[in-house]
Design a protein. Sequence first.
Length: 483
Amino acid sequence: MPFSTDRGGAARDDIAIVGMSCRFSGIATSPDGLWQMLSKGLTGWTNSGRNRFCLDSFWHPQPDLSGSFNTRGFHLLNQDPALFDSAFFRILNVEAKAIDPQQRMMLEVAYEAFEDAGIRLEDLAGSDTAVYCAVSHHDYDKILGRDPEVSPSSYLVIGGTGGLGKATLRLLANLGAKRLITISRSGLDSQTMKEVLEEMLSRGVEVTVHKGSVLDKDLLRTVSEQCKEHPIRGVVQGAMVLQDSRIEDIKYDQWRAAIDPKVSGTWNIHEVFGDTLDFLVLFSSSGGIIGSFGQGNYCAGNTFQDAFARYRAGMGLPARSIDIGFVEGEGYTADNEAAADFVRRQGLTSYRLQEFLVTVEEAIKRPVGATPVEAQLLCGISRADPISSSQEAALQRPDPKFSHIWRNMGAGCTIAAEASAMILQAIKTKLARLLAVPAEDILVDRSVASHGMDSLVAVELRNWISAFLEAITHRQKEPFNPT
């Protein structure tokens, strides 16, 4: 509706109606319905609804009598306001219930008008557009402004008996949840889980622990059915299984053991709970982004979860994947020092548990990003300037993303001795990065195996030499020992 803000002249502006939508009684819930009603001489007046409004109790012929009305019929909207599609407008279900139904309907009508006009909402940002909205009743202004309560609902944590799972249970309790459910392979077998259970009970939080797997769709359905009185409105998917092996040696069962909880388990959650959730948080891993040697199955599962979060976001459904890096003192790496050393060798930056929980809280409170890309949250990965002289940059140069730097340096060598020295330095730096030790600790007069390298690191070094130095190394049954 173009208009001029200059009203000083006598000329009147032309008004063009390029799009419209409406909500009137009867069949007039759209411009087409309104036209049918007008052209056919129909009316939206109805005598139904006597029981809905207790008509016989409140009717009185005197129109001025307080607490009564003198009509025998109504103009009723032929629409259930409870059918508001909150996910489409990126609003939580609990928040939508606290919004005036008139405002929810206004959102729908406004969007339909722009759709009818063929105007994109983003094209109106910053434009000279006027908005007028009027209502005759405003009962909802009596509701005090407050955050929606989460206590009436239940919340499910898959894998909740692990370190990060237990921290997540505490976070949900801190946010006001009163009914928590966990599904894990260990159930109550863990002593620490029993302690967490006692802690939650002392805080008035009811915790139900199921021993099982997210791969069991029937179990998920059973848990959902048991929570009909207090439906499950949020799920944290933290299931994981590690079956590390290099691709050339991995067995089919090993591959499925690690990838199924991430892929099939996540899809089971989607099929069982669908669009009924206020939030879905997936504990993915940075390994799905940068890779992790010997964990191709696990990394593939994490990559699926990242893509799945974007898939749900594209449907307007809540989903956030958190690519977890190295959380200090918690999670799998806290209980497995070898795994912690391996993660450090990947160049990941550690962060505190509290920082991780802030990320989880953000995913819970803002479960739908502005775009599908924002459905994926990346934690703990940082890269230094590859051409700087810092130690971090030195560790990154052998990485495939920075291998061109070594190639450019090697291209300037004119004699074999210079090239050999350059290659030796590159191998030293790469090996130091893999072993998480200073480069000066790598001695060139000792074998590679003597520096404490295991078979997984040996294969990674062999692959790197083949890919970026274009040299062939022979695979041996004994520990890798190039000369």
